[in-house]
Design a protein around this ligand. Structure first.
Ligand SMILES: Nc1ncnc2c1ncn2[C@@H]1O[C@H](COP(=O)(O)OP(=O)(O)OP(=O)(O)O)[C@@H](O)[C@H]1O
Ligand SMILES: [Mg+2]
Length: 426
């Protein structure tokens, strides 16, 4: 029988990944496995709102960089109660730390107020603090290949680049030099990808494909690998290579490191936070980020870490004393979310208002599937209203009366900020 999955149904589902706080630890209440394949990795979570207890689908951003550049300091600031050891010696981090971070979104509160929701649940991203990489990592130097494999498992890379001068903080190559630091990291990623590609090409040479469709797939993979290999030899990342959709799909399972989108995080000194662009190191990172078609966020990991220790009423005062008005973390989190190609749609009702994360281009049934696979399987139609229209009308009923609540079918591509109700069959 067809049912209208109205707002009383969606919040009642509780199918999303649910965290239960126990006296000793955080436990995953559902079997949905988004992080446990990292085994030993620690799980921590920051909630930017006091009420939410649930986390929707999230993707991973890996914090990468040379040793001792401020990765764990940044991680601890982003992940409230982050317990990653951050200290002034290289290779301080060995096992990766994982933290789940809520994506700040003012729309959530607006919808929640309009629908008088009992709670609101933000979208989230996972941050992963990874061990420092050094020259030769792809050959097993430093903490070596094991840590490149940790990078392989994330969806995007935040590359922390040291832009602060401080004689007391050891730099592994002896001086602050963002260009050289970025080159070292990128080169290791390139070497590791070249190695992967070579191994894969050797396997493909054996040509095991029997039917014509497998042969076509192998051909697409071979062609993609050759194009990428040429670019890598030229020092260019795999993501810069133009591939057909078929070629892109064929190499997906290789998880090439240089295919992942990158944001450069220029880590500046406290005293430079008010005017980071006057720091020549930051100017250099800006130039490189733009050449490498990557994002850039300037932050002082040290300041963010100190801020996170302060009671909220003292934070503004501290920021003002440094000549800035807001913490850079919200910016970093939003930039990462957008870099991952993520979009948000909302469900909103009396029980809860929730931001759901989808990949851009997802259809209405796929978006419904993020709530629960039954929603996707039994999808009939979605009732949808744009966020601004919903706010102008104040409720689903009023949006329906004004003809702004549209009934969309299975081919509808969900738009950023859609507020949705799903009709489905179970
Ligand atoms: N913006 C900054 N200004 C001054 N000092 C900083 C800044 N950011 C980090 N530091 C200091 O740099 C040192 C190294 O930081 P951290 O342990 O976070 O580095 P890391 O990149 O995680 O190192 P590793 O790769 O060894 O795990 C710490 O003493 C930290 O306080
Ligand atoms: Mg560390």
């Amino acid at each position: 029988m067809a049912k209208l999955a109205s707002h009383h149904l969606i919040p009642a589902l509780g199918f999303s990944l649910t965290l239960r706080r126990t006296s000793s630890s955080l436990q995953w209440q559902q079997n949905f496995n988004t992080v446990t394949h990292f085994g030993v990795w620690k799980q921590q979570r920051r909630s930017l709102s006091s009420s939410p207890t649930k986390i929707s689908m999230s993707l991973k951003a890996g914090i990468v960089g040379l040793p001792n550049v401020g990765k764990s300091t940044l991680f601890n600031a982003v992940v409230e109660n982050g317990k990653a050891q951050a200290a002034n010696f290289p290779f301080c981090t060995i096992e990766p730390n994982v933290g789940i971070v809520a994506v700040p979104d003012p729309r959530l509160q607006v919808l929640s107020d309009l629908c008088k929701s009992q709670r609101s649940v933000p979208a989230s991203i996972e941050f992963v603090d990874i061990a420092g990489l050094v020259k030769g990592a792809s050959q097993g130097e430093g903490l070596g290949n094991k840590f490149l494999s940790h990078i392989r498992q994330v969806d995007s890379i935040l590359q922390v680049v040291r832009c602060f001068e401080d004689r007391d903080v050891v730099h592994v190559s002896g001086k602050v030099d963002p260009k050289s630091d970025i080159d070292v990291i990128n080169l290791e990623l390139v070497f590791s990808d070249l190695d992967q590609i070579e191994k894969r090409m050797d396997k493909l040479k054996k040509g095991k494909a029997k039917d014509s469709s497998s042969k076509m797939k192998e051909e697409a993979e071979r062609s993609a690998l050759e194009k990428i290999q040429t670019a890598l030899m030229d020092g260019k990342p795999a993501r810069s290579v133009a591939l057909t959709d078929f070629e892109t799909d064929s190499i997906q399972q290789l998880c090439l490191l240089t295919m992942k989108p990158v944001i450069y995080v220029a880590n500046v000194a406290e005293s430079e936070l008010a005017e980071p662009s006057s720091n020549p190191h930051v100017q250099e990172v800006m130039k490189l980020a733009s050449e490498l078609q990557s994002g850039l966020v300037t932050i002082s990991a040290q300041v963010e870490s100190e801020l996170s220790e302060l009671p909220s009423e003292e934070r503004t005062e501290f920021l003002n004393s440094l000549g800035v008005t807001e913490s850079g973390l919200g910016n970093l989190i939003r930039a990462t979310y957008s870099l991952l190609g993520l979009r948000t749609y909302f469900t909103s009702g009396e029980k809860e208002t929730k931001a759901w994360t989808i990949q851009s281009g997802m259809t209405a049934p796929q978006a419904a599937g993020v709530i629960h696979s039954d929603f996707e399987k039994g999808f009939i139609r979605a009732e949808t209203v744009a966020y601004d229209d919903f706010v102008a009308c104040g409720s689903f009923a009023s949006a329906r009366d004004k003809g702004l609540l549209r009934s969309e079918g299975k081919d509808y591509i969900v738009k950023e900020g859609d507020v949705m109700l799903f009709r489905f069959n179970v």
